[in-house]
Design a protein around this ligand. Structure first.
Ligand code: PEP
Length: 258
């Protein structure tokens, strides 16, 4: 099956309102160079409205051809959860995607596979596409535990989903040692884990469903290394942190996945 690649920018806690608007407009203006690749921007929550307006996003889509996503959400639908944002609120603000289980949330905020799974379920119920992040720490890779750790995270973070629900998920493999460090996994290292993830998805759903699921690589992706990653058979796009804060480089990464 040919999968439509997806390249998403995770802006993390960066930029201010003016810079967010300017970057959004620059990405939208150059978006065509990425062809039929799905291009998504994930700004800080407080700027989702600003970015959505700059994209002319509606709940039916984005005429700019650039999708809108959040970096996190609550597993709860509504109620007394001070500071939290629900999946329904993200849909209301024209988001189509949400990053879940990013390693920074797992390590800094103590998010567990169980919590991530609850968030994934809530996102799918609301009609969002979850981008579910998994990846090993450096010590785990050095101890030759990468497959064990990633398998546990994939099974745990996607627990309780039907095959139909799994079919709607995007998985992002992000080795923690490669995030924001400038140390990118080699295309062979990344492909090895992507193939593992696809085999797990085959067991959890079916070969047909697994074949259709997009698996992004994330971790120091730049314009200069994107093409080699894109050439791997199971790498279907990128989740981009630092390099997504500048339109030209981000669009060059997206174009590499055409
Ligand atoms: C990320 O945080 O998802 C990420 C991949 O960051 P960077 O591209 O900066 O390594």
């Amino acid at each position: 099956m040919s999968r439509t690649s997806i390249v998403a920018g995770n802006w993390k806690m960066n930029l201010d309102r003016g810079a967010a608007e300017a970057l959004t407009k620059a990405v939208a203006a150059g978006r065509d160079q990425a062809g039929d690749v799905d291009v998504v921007l994930c700004p800080p929550s407080i700027y989702i409205g600003t970015v959505g307006t700059a994209l002319s996003a509606t709940s039916g889509g984005s005429p700019s051809g650039v999708g809108l996503g959040a970096q996190n959400m609550s597993e709860q639908a509504s109620g007394a959860y001070t500071g939290e944002i629900s999946a329904g609120m993200l849909v209301d603000m024209c988001c189509g995607y949400v990053i879940l289980g990013h390693s920074e949330r797992r390590t800094l905020m103590g998010e567990t596979d169980e919590l991530v799974a609850a968030k994934v379920k809530a996102a799918l119920t609301a009609g969002l596409t979850p981008i579910v992040c998994v990846g090993e720490q450096l010590a785990e890779r050095e101890a030759d535990r990468t497959h064990e750790v990633v398998s546990t995270q994939v099974r745990g973070s996607l627990a309780g989903l039907s095959a139909d629900e799994l079919a709607k998920v995007v998985v992002a493999y992000e080795p923690v040692w490669a995030i924001g460090t400038g140390k990118v996994a080699t295309p062979e290292q990344a492909q090895d884990v992507h193939a593992l993830i696809r085999s797990l998805l085959t067991e959890m759903a079916s070969p047909e469903v697994a074949d259709g699921i997009r698996i992004q690589y994330g971790g120091s992706v730049k314009a200069g290394n994107a093409a080699d990653l894109a050439a791997q058979p199971d790498i279907d796009g990128a989740l981009v942190g630092g390099a997504s804060l500048e339109a030209e480089g981000f669009l060059a990464i997206a174009a590499a996945f055409r």
